[in-house]
Design a protein around this ligand. Structure first.
Ligand code: SF4
Ligand code: SF4
Length: 479
């Protein structure tokens, strides 16, 4: 194994091509924000990428629309979400928190961009411990500006969150008629108010005290989970196992220990912890401390003492981190399986909904032109789940002796509307000759949209009851 304790690197070589992890997080945050702002506006044939609409009770996923009766897909999505988050945690600790969580992204925008860059209320992005001094009148004025800008951004963020439940086209209709949509307005104001409180006043306390994810993460970690980790063996032991600080000045360290006690890794930490104490619940894996120590140690031609690595590599010195370990492969296999099931079920989706139930009366018998006509009646619930009106028709597929009496003509259904129809099947042919019991015949029906019969259709199997021979004879001899 390479001895990092004695590894010497030239400064110019060492920082050559080095990109602070903070910048990578900014790029990820930028693309995640752009994606969530743009995607609600993108539609294909009127269908959204993701929309759980409580207005018309429909669910859009991957540009396919599902009726609420078809929400059998939602549990699969929830499974993907939970198993995915567990898998990511095993692999990269609280990587989601540091890189993708909206809370972290909002805090970076608020603290690093609005407070520091625009209003210069904080002196340096690298020192997150010194809060703005609001005792000065000029800073109080700037504070009002910060609040106004934050409220404006919170309104946009809250609107964006709502666009996944109320599509933008309806959202702006509602916003122009707020008196008619008080629940909508309450939701928008409520989310905005929460965001302002969370980002401006609650800050990272949300991650530390409120978010349930921080509670479960530590039980998922193993020796190969990558996280921000301080190298005691190179830097020196700053804390004991009871988290009591042993070292305050570099002079107190052994000569070979490399930590300068500059505290750069501490002052940069948004959750106000010292990574040299080891893994802590508060760490959101933002890796700011890794960047800070990388810059400090580069001045001494040394690699960082705080690394984005694993216990196996840094603490146990047991070689490289094992990314492809059984646990991760297991999560990957389960996720792939669920995803495949989701895709298969999603692609097998029918583009119309139909329910056919037999009415309580078993059959009717009439004498027509000297022949017995047997009729069976059904109640049909049919829904046009598309975004345009269609003319629908129903036909018998597998039995040319059974015909449809009602509905005899195609009927139009508007988009999203569910209609009730009575379906009457009849036959004048002798389909069975049993004196002991009625005969049940399997009949296959095909309902379809006349203008797109290859795509918008549904097949249903129903039962047609043909009467006993003696009942039929009695009826015919009476009439
Ligand atoms: S210790 Fe602080 S700075 Fe370092 S990764 Fe954790 S939260 Fe970020
Ligand atoms: S930034 Fe590095 S050198 Fe400075 S205190 Fe932290 S671990 Fe030690």
């Amino acid at each position: 194994m390479e001895n990092t304790r004695t590894k010497k690197l030239k400064k110019s070589e060492y920082l050559k091509g080095w990109i602070p992890l903070r910048y990578m997080r900014y790029y990820v945050a930028f693309f995640a924000t752009a994606f969530t702002l743009i995607i609600p506006w993108v539609t294909v044939n009127g269908n959204h990428f993701f929309l759980l609409s409580f207005i018309d009770f429909r669910f859009h996923f991957f540009f396919i629309t599902f009726d609420m009766q078809e929400l059998y897909l939602l549990p699969f999505l929830l499974m993907i979400l939970f198993i995915g988050v567990f898998g990511i945690t095993v692999l990269g600790g609280r990587m989601f928190c540091g890189w993708f969580c909206p809370q972290t992204i909002f805090r970076v925008v608020f603290r690093d961009f609005i407070e520091t860059k625009i209003f210069k209320l904080r002196k340096r992005i690298k020192n997150k411990q010194v809060e703005p001094d609001y005792s000065k009148p000029i800073n109080q004025l700037k504070g009002v500006g910060v609040l106004i800008l934050s409220i404006a951004l919170a309104f946009v963020a809250a609107a964006d969150a709502l666009w996944f439940f109320i599509p933008p086209e309806q959202f702006f209709d509602f916003a122009l008629n707020i008196t008619d949509h008080s629940i909508f307005m309450t939701a928008w104001l409520g989310i905005t108010g929460f965001l302002v409180y969370d980002i401006v006043f609650l800050k990272e306390n949300f991650c530390v005290y409120v978010c349930p994810y921080s509670r479960i993460q530590s039980v998922l970690y193993d020796d190969d989970t990558i996280m921000a980790i301080y190298d005691n063996s190179r830097g020196g032991q700053i804390y004991n196992d009871n988290h009591e600080k042993l070292i305050n000045k570099q002079a107190e360290l052994a000569p070979a220990d490399l930590c300068t006690t500059c505290e750069s890794c501490v002052t940069v930490c948004p959750t106000h912890i010292d990574i040299r104490q080891g893994l802590q619940l508060e760490c959101i894996n933002c890796l700011e401390c890794v960047d800070a120590c990388t810059e400090i140690m580069a001045k001494f031609n040394q690699p960082s003492l705080v690394n984005w690595s694993s216990v196996r590599e840094i603490e146990k010195h047991e070689g490289k981190t094992r990314f492809f370990r059984p646990k991760i492969l297991g999560y990957g296999a389960v996720l792939t399986g669920i995803f495949v099931i989701l895709m298969v079920m999603g692609s097998a989706k029918e583009l119309m909904l139909i329910n056919i139930n037999k009415q309580t009366r078993l059959y009717d018998i009439e004498k027509v032109d000297g022949k017995a006509m047997v009729k069976n009646a059904y109640t049909v619930l049919i829904q046009n789940t598309q975004n345009v009106p269609h003319e629908f028709f129903i036909e018998v597929v597998n039995n040319d002796k059974i015909k449809i009496m009602r509905p005899s003509h195609p009927f139009t259904i508007k988009p999203g509307i569910k209609t009730k129809k009575t379906l009457v099947l009849y036959t004048t042919q002798k389909l069975a000759d049993s004196d002991r019991k009625d005969t049940i015949l399997e009949v296959q029906l095909r309902a379809y949209a006349l203008d797109d019969k290859e795509k918008i259709f549904a097949i249903r199997d129903i039962r047609f009851t043909y009467p006993r021979a003696d009942i039929l004879e009695k009826k015919m001899s009476r009439e």
